[in-house]
Design a protein around this ligand. Structure first.
Ligand code: PMP
Length: 462
């Protein structure tokens, strides 16, 4: 149906260049215009209601109508709508939020730096690492190791740590000095008959081989999402991080935990690092930090990293890095309120109650579905991976666009789904979702999946 000429949809097609969008398809089909939200649901401009199975982009943790966050923003805007942190200026929201994050950190952390997005936080980490190593007289220790399927954002350095093909070759990336090791995904990555333990040992060895090949004196840091998100919701084998951290310690390579998705209870603990037994030197977070009501991200560094950065003022020149909006008081006030709500409502206990229900229901209802290869996840983050052949675990040809087709069928059935590379469908609903809402979300997903199965059988693809 062609939208009326002056509709939001028509003007979108006329004027908007979208993030992560197939523009050719968009020109033909137009947008889904979301116009309001309540709880775990959003409504489009035609009045159709959807359950948001990924909380927007894994981020609106408190759902779509939290009045306390609205008030926190309005109050702060009236008191001090803007101030910055350059040249030793400060303000209360920036200080309060820094203190709250340090108090909640999974390991002792020293200082907090603010940015506006996950990408900016990770880019800032890379610049901190480069500056710090220049400052302490180790200018050769600059290389960065990420993992295939890892996602750390799309600015130039963050995209270079990201390990997804579409973020690299299409954009002349990665930059020099960035390396990637295998994803800890046993389902696809293990050799025939290889146990999870042996797989983890092999991956830690791969990391050590890379560090030794490059020279440990040239490698600054290893980046990891505790549980990989956008690359497919990949939960590593139990001993993986223990083995990886032993390698990093041996060669004095810092661990950067990208908690942009995992932070703030998503995996069942405050931090994904706690769920996975990681003791990071640096942590980045964003998204649920403010329940995404306003953009804000943070980098926490330990004392050693802070001292390295501080050293630069006398050894090489003042730290010339920071955003106009680093620690902006309005998103900082919203983040403070968000963290208070997590504490006061004991959202952690809620996730520990509902998360297992989500995980169990996904497995009971979909693990044996003819289109499903693997169901995985922990806490309140999960994925259902579709395969063309359950025996060989082969995915559908990317050209078939199975993920996007399921997303469309999901929308028809009242659930907004997110397809990841390799036809995995992510689940990362608002943390406030109830058990009944989980069931309703999975009913709608189940109907979409069954409709896809019927279509594919008709096309002789399943
Ligand atoms: N790191 C992780 C783990 C992410 O999931 C994302 C975004 N999905 C980013 C970094 C980048 O964040 P942003 O889109 O806010 O730049």
């Amino acid at each position: 149906m062609t939208p009326p000429r002056n509709s939001t949809a028509a003007r979108d097609v006329a004027y908007a260049l979208h993030p992560y969008t197939d523009h050719k398809a968009h020109l033909e089909k137009g947008p889904v215009v979301i116009s309001r939200g309540k709880g775990v649901r959003v409504w489009d401009d035609q009045g159709k209601e959807y359950i948001e199975s990924v909380a927007g982009l894994w981020c609106a943790a408190l759902g779509f109508d939290n009045e306390r966050l609205v008030q926190a923003a309005a109050n702060q805007m009236r008191r001090l709508p803007f101030y910055h942190g350059f040249t030793s200026k400060s303000h209360e929201p920036m200080v309060d939020l820094s203190e709250m994050l340090i108090e909640r950190a999974p390991v002792p952390m020293s200082k907090v730096f603010f940015a506006n997005s996950g990408s900016e936080a990770n880019d800032s980490v890379i610049k901190m690492l480069w500056y710090m190593h220049n400052a302490i007289g180790k200018p050769q220790k600059k290389k960065i190791i990420g993992r295939l399927k890892g996602y750390h954002g799309i600015t130039l350095a963050a995209a270079s740590v990201t390990g997804l093909p579409n973020n690299h070759k299409l954009f002349d990336l990665p930059l020099p000095g960035f390396f990637h090791v295998s994803a800890p995904h046993h389902y696809h990555g293990a050799k025939s008959g290889e146990s999870e333990e042996d797989f983890a040992t092999r991956l830690a060895q791969e990391l050590e081989d890379l560090i030794l090949r490059e020279g440990p004196e040239t490698v600054a840091a290893f980046f990891a999402e505790p549980v990989m998100g956008a690359g497919g919701v990949i939960v590593p084998p139990a001993t993986y991080y223990e083995k990886v951290q032993a390698v990093l310690k041996r060669h004095d390579v810092l661990f950067v935990a990208d908690e942009v998705i995992c932070g703030f209870w998503r995996t069942g603990n405050y931090w994904g690092s706690q769920t996975m037994g990681i003791e990071p030197d640096i942590i980045t977070c964003a998204k649920a930090l403010s329940s995404s009501y306003l953009p804000i991200s943070a980098v926490m560094v330990n004392e050693r990293v802070f001292q390295g950065i501080a050293e630069g003022s006398s050894s090489i020149g003042t730290w010339g890095h920071g955003f106009t909006y680093s620690g902006h008081p309005v998103p900082a006030a919203v983040a403070i309120e968000t963290l208070k709500i997590y504490d006061e409502t004991d959202i952690g206990a809620h996730v520990r109650r509902i998360g297992p229900h989500l995980q169990r229901s996904l497995r009971e209802r979909f693990a044996d579905h003819p289109l499903v290869g693997e169901v995985r996840g922990v806490g309140m983050v999960a994925a259902v991976e579709l395969v063309a052949d359950r025996k060989t675990r082969a995915n559908f040809e990317p050209g078939r666009k199975i993920g996007p087709r399921l997303m469309k069928l999901g929308e028809d059935n009242g659930v907004i789904l997110r397809g990841l590379p390799g036809d995995s469908i992510a689940f990362s609903p608002p943390l406030v979702i109830t058990e009944d809402e989980v069931d309703e979300m999975l009913d709608r997903f189940g109907r979409a999946l069954d409709e896809l199965a019927v279509q594919l059988r008709r096309e002789s693809l399943a």
